[in-house]
Design a protein around this ligand. Sequence first.
Ligand code: GLC
Length: 697
Amino acid sequence: MTDKYEDRIETILANMTVKEKIGQLNMLRYEEGEEQEQQLRDGLVGTYIGVSKSDVANHLQQVATEETANQIPLLFGLDVIHGRHTIFPIPLAEACCWDDDVFEKTAEIAAKEATEDGVNWTFAPMLDVVRDARWGRVAESAGEDPYLLSRYARAKVKGFQGEDVSAKDRVLACAKHFVAYGSAVGGRDYNGTSMSIQTLWDTYMPPFMAATEAGVATYMTAFQELNGTPCSTSEYLFRDVLRKMWKFNGIVVSDDGAVQECVSHGVAETRKDAAELCLNAGVDIDMEDLVYIEYLEELIEEGKVSMEVLDESVRNVLRVKFAKGLFDNPYVEPKTRADDDISKENRAYAREVARKSIVLMKNNGILPISRKQKLVVLGELADSGLDMLGTWVLEEKPHTVVTLVQALKEQNIDFTYEVCTGPKKAFDKEAFEHAVCDADLVIAAVGETALMSGEASSRCNIDLPGGQKDMLEALQKKQIPFVTVLFNGRPLAIKDVAEWSPAIVEAWALGIEAGNAVADVLFGDYNPSGRLTMTFPNYSGECPVYYNHNNTGRPADEKMELSSKYTDAPIEPLYPFGYGLSYTNYEYSDLKAEMKENCIYAEATVTNVGDMDGEETVQVYIRDKVASYARPVKELKDYKKVHLGAGESKRVCFEIDIQNLGFYNMKLEYVVEPGEFEVFVGHDSTTTLSNVVRYEQ
Ligand code: GLC
């Protein structure tokens, strides 16, 4: 955050009472009515969560800047996670585009729509590295890889904040949840996390470092305890790392209720103790649980919280409000467009992003399908607008969604539709028999409801829920040609489904244009290009499972009984990180990698050997073969998308600074050790095309 307003901040601060200073650290969940307005007039509110109408925002700004002693404008925060009205694919789906321009542009569109509603702060991007698909919030993440999440972080901060966050169509971004929330033990939401300092810094910190380098304005604390310390009370995280090491001077906001939850964690005896711990740790704003506003004045009087600490947090809040331009103009244009009035351009872009987010997981040649056959569509999710929107959609507007059934109707496809089953429905065998009796091909829409993933939606069995598996098994037994289309918010344990299905299209929760995007892929109007950013297990019991694991002393080997594997599951996951098929094929050849002046130069030829143009995501991984600590068998270090016409070849080149190949040691020193690095280039994390280069310090 810029520091050009420090003088004005000091002037305001000097005129504030203690109560008014504490008010700036108090975030209310908006409720219409005189009680909250009086609190605002009394200077006891600095930010709101839940204001999403421009007229409400303008009214509250008027009260704040004209009817209070210090005339300090307000921040209005909202969870605009994957779109405000133009709902894009959930983050775990969008990440499968491997396209930084997409990551940025969807954030930019979301910011514009949000600011039209009076919102000036979004609680996004979520930058939690996730490795356990049982955790429902993997839906909000960009997946399991720190490098990809770091590029995602930079793009999202730029998309939300732009070059100048004071612009009227930009919002403050929020790097969350700091830190390592995604490593909850057992994949059970809000559960504790425990890890070495090296794992914390090698795996979970990089996306947040990237967000800070990109100038993110705010941070949000994680709910859980990390190695016994609730993140919201961690001086290490917020004072040592964020403020001292990374020179972050924006706002830290607690997650919703995380301050008072320190009592439940057992590190604070009372809410008052929790307020003392969290503010002293550097958490500036208390979201919704009213702990700061209730106890900070006493804590100041008792000397348990110093005036310096209080002033520092108020400065952070004022600095961000200045940077957002709110002191110059706190108001937004009154909104004239109806919320559901989504522009043609935005809807077209939502369809483009949805197409790119789709991952073709299996295809025995049945895809793409012809429109001219007796098509039967089965499954509740084929016509459920709500479930296409996925998690974190605040206003439920299924009527803005094009479902698969609607898309087929709009394309005048001759098909019949029968629900038969769903995520919470048993399999209706009678309806099924009737529906498929003369089908040439069945499109089976199965998966999860939108609420089966997201916050507080951990599942210990991540198989297909309801009677959906029964339906797919029945199709397989009847030898009816069918395509499984998955609508889900997390990797599912679908080994059987993968064996039964002639083809599988991973369609996630793709947002308002879900149906059109799926139809575009099914009929071959778009050549699928999505690549997984999170590993799919065979069975739930394999979680957490991820590609960038260490080798162990007994790496999994089918021929070695005493090796690191399950006796009741395959050694390899069902679908690996980076995986995704296409209607064409790409071949890699002639890899050349060399070390020159502390930089790895790698290049390979990629050829589209099929008869359909396509987008290939060329991925580069390295392995540090011998180091003072065990290192992952592969680590993604770069990726590029290339368009290849049918039969076309391109030489794709990469430069990787050796400084990007280091790791943290026990003393928390970032080290790049001399030795051999194996450089892999390929289609996904299973590539074996490699060269070895040597780095001499
Ligand atoms: C929730 C989430 C957080 C969200 C916040 C405000 O509990 O953990 O991601 O931004 O509360 O809704």
